[in-house]
Ligand binder design. Structure first.
Ligand SMILES: Cc1cc2nc3c(=O)[nH]c(=O)nc-3n(C[C@H](O)[C@H](O)[C@H](O)COP(=O)(O)OP(=O)(O)OC[C@H]3O[C@@H](n4cnc5c(N)ncnc54)[C@H](O)[C@@H]3O)c2cc1C
Length: 499
């Protein structure tokens, strides 16, 4: 059978992964991206001479990206300059700061210094969680097309490792006794936009992945991954059309047969891959009545991640704080409840500050810095009106908190460039449903077989990739979604996936 025409809606990490893998395998690939730049939430933001990553800044599970580049016949190192970060990050509590390292000896020494009585805890955590990852990873790399997939040997073997009924915070209690130490290994639930007290215990694999494989920065910013994937799509003859929004998925007799662009052009295709935010795409890209399982009422009932308030600051001085810094709220539990239960803005917030110019000076002019500030907050379910006054109020509060709690006492005086992104911007400018920046929640009822499938169950010849689909949000799992969709398309053509 001949290789077909594939249209990809959106040039985010998920869409670009499948576009480059399919283009390498001889498919005729066209990517349509509504924005003038590639990368979606993983794009670069340029403010004057300063460069920021809009979204992802922690790069984990490098081996997955390495494999995917290999599967296009390339080495990731030929395209990207990776820097392993040690320490991985600095955690700032009211009474102490802890440097977190993926070097087990250094990490244990830091724990012994702050929390005597936890001897051997890191090694114990690593050995037990390694077993969990071994069982979980194959389940995150496969499609779920029917309930019989739940009977696959790897899925059945995973069941005892899911820590059913236990939260991430409960599971970490098995290794560490002190509250701050448990927080140091559970705040990672926020990477999924979840609370450590709600996040399924199985996600103990995330701190394990950090501690076992380390965290990387990529020179130029993580946006370079999307940039380079776009380059590979084009090297392989694929086409990327930026500033070209898709207005509709064309459907004929329960099969996706192409896309209609906003200017009215109709592009026919054998396969359609949707990378636009899952819930946004379901609501906006189909004629009424086409979708049953994912109609707008059903989407409303699903659980979504939190949102974020972002500040990107170009500053005319350097700071010697660590590359990644997390400043905890005074009362972390209350802050988490405000985000996920009370749906209100906390005055006592937790703040993530990235100071990438300490590793990558090219992101700002010499002697300057480009700070990225992220505050997890409730998504658009919260009754907050993000007007100009509200943005200014929260921006001032965030900067005030940073001045009070960190060594960055003078940042306000040194701001040369500045941009804020609110939940409303995520929703309207980035087309993210409810401004839930980390997509559909990762509760077990929305994972694996129960998460939107890579082979879309509502239409033939339609595939879903990206953070709101199987296997989940976060760059490595998003790359997996693109790889799974590619494997499924190859199998439809009886083509081997391996080159
Ligand atoms: C603030 C923030 C911090 C994050 N930090 C990390 C991190 O440190 N590490 C990590 O691994 N992950 C992180 N993530 C999560 C995740 O990696 C990113 O959100 C990632 O970019 C999501 O990729 P995606 O493929 O799902 O889609 P997106 O990046 O959302 O891309 C979808 C694309 O579709 C386009 N599109 C939408 N509608 C249309 C249309 N109608 N026509 C054409 N194009 C359309 C959009 O413009 C966009 O380019 C973070 C996310 C955010 C927002």
């Amino acid at each position: 059978m001949s290789k077909g025409k594939v249209v990809v809606v959106g040039a985010g990490p998920g869409g670009l992964t499948s576009a480059m893998l399919l283009a390498t395998r001889g498919f005729e690939v066209q990517v349509f991206e509504k924005e003038p730049v590639l990368g979606g939430r993983n794009a670069a933001l340029k403010l004057g001479d300063y460069t920021f990553d809009i979204g992802p800044t922690f790069f984990m599970m490098k081996f997955i990206l390495d494999q995917i580049f290999k599967e296009t016949g390339r080495q990731a190192e030929d395209y990207l300059d990776f820097k392993l970060l040690d320490p991985m990050y600095r955690l700032q509590f009211e009474d102490r700061e802890i440097y977190i390292s993926s070097d087990t000896e250094k990490m244990q020494a830091e724990i012994d210094r702050h929390f005597p009585g936890n001897e051997g805890a890191v090694q114990n955590f690593l050995s037990r969680e390694e077993k969990r990852l071994k069982k979980l990873l194959p389940c995150l790399q496969r499609p779920y097309s029917s309930w019989t997939d739940l009977l696959a040997p790897e899925v059945l073997q995973l069941l005892p490792r899911l820590s059913l009924g236990r939260s991430l915070f409960d599971v970490l209690g098995d290794y560490f006794s002190e509250e701050q130490l448990k927080l140091s290994f559970t705040f990672q639930a926020k990477y999924l936009g979840m609370s450590p007290w709600e996040c399924p215990g199985a996600f103990a694999i995330i701190p394990f992945i950090e501690h076992n494989f380390g965290i990387y920065h990529i020179q130029g910013g993580l946006n370079q991954i999307s940039e380079m994937m776009g380059k590979i799509v084009q090297e392989e003859g694929g086409q990327i059309h930026t500033s070209t929004p898709v207005s509709k998925i064309m459907v004929k007799e329960k099969r996706a047969c192409g896309v209609e662009l906003e200017d009215g052009t109709r592009v026919e295709a054998d396969k359609v891959i949707i990378n636009a935010d899952f819930a946004h795409a379901m609501n906006e890209l189909f004629d009424p009545g086409v979708l049953k399982k994912y109609n707008s009422q059903a989407l409303e009932r699903k659980k979504y991640s939190c949102s974020t308030f972002m500040l990107y600051l170009g500053l005319d001085r350097e700071y010697d704080i660590n590359h990644h810094n997390i400043v905890f709220a005074r009362n972390y539990r209350e802050n988490v409840d405000d985000i996920f239960k009370n749906f209100k803005l906390s005055d006592d917030m937790s703040i993530y500050i990235q100071n990438p110019t300490i590793t990558d000076p090219g992101l700002a002019p010499a002697g300057h810095s480009a700070l990225y500030i992220l505050v997890p907050i409730a998504n658009r379910q919260a009754p907050v009106e993000w007007n100009e006054q509200q943005v200014k109020y929260y921006r001032d509060l965030v900067l005030q908190t940073i001045k009070e709690k960190t060594s960055l006492k003078d940042i306000e005086e040194h701001i040369v460039q500045e941009k804020a992104i609110t939940p409303l911007n995520w929703e309207q400018d980035f087309s993210v449903y409810r401004g839930a920046t980390f997509n559909l929640g990762h509760n077990l009822s929305q994972m694996l077989y129960f998460r939107p499938r890579n082979r879309f169950e509502e239409l033939d010849d339609c595939f879903l990739v990206g953070g709101g689909t199987n296997p989940g949000s976060g760059l490595p799992t998003i790359y997996e979604s693109g790889r799974i969709a590619t494997r499924l398309i190859c199998s439809d053509y009886n083509l081997p996936y391996d080159l």
